[in-house]
Design a protein around this ligand. Sequence first.
Ligand code: HEC
Length: 102
Amino acid sequence: MKCIALLSGIILVLGVAGCDSGSHPKQTVDYPEMGSQAFQNYRALCSVCHVPPRTTTHTAAQWPSVIARMQQHRVERRIAPMAADRMAAVREYLLRNAARER
Ligand code: HEC
C-alpha cells in the first residue's frame, strides 16, 4: 500500500513537471534538419536580427529574393555580408525545406 502511495506521488511530480515545460512554447519550435551543419549555418546567419523564420513561410521561388534583401539589411547595418558559400548553403537549406508551390 505504501508503495502505491509513493508511486502515485512520483507520477504526480512528473505530471506537474511535464506541464511546466509545456509553458515555454519557444523551446518547442521545430526546424527541419536540426543538428545538421546546414541548420547550424542557417541559425547563425539568420538569427542576428530576428528569430529565424520557419522554412515553410515561403516557397522555393520566393526564398532567393528574401535572402538577397537580408544581405542588404546586413550591409545597411554595417554587419559583414554573408560569404557566397555560406549564403548558397542557406539558400539550399531553405529551398529543400520550403513551402510547396500552390
Ligand atoms: C541584418 C539584419 C538581418 C539579418 C541578418 C536577417 N534579417 Fe531577415 N529581416 C530583417 C529586417 C529588418 C526585416 C523586416 C524588413 C524586411 O522584410 O525586409 C526582416 C524580415 C525577414 C522576413 C519577413 C519578411 C518576409 O519577406 O517574409 C523573413 C522571412 C526573413 N527576414 C528571413 C531572413 C533569413 C532567411 C535570414 C538569413 C539569411 C535573415 N532574415 C537574416 C533583418 C535581418
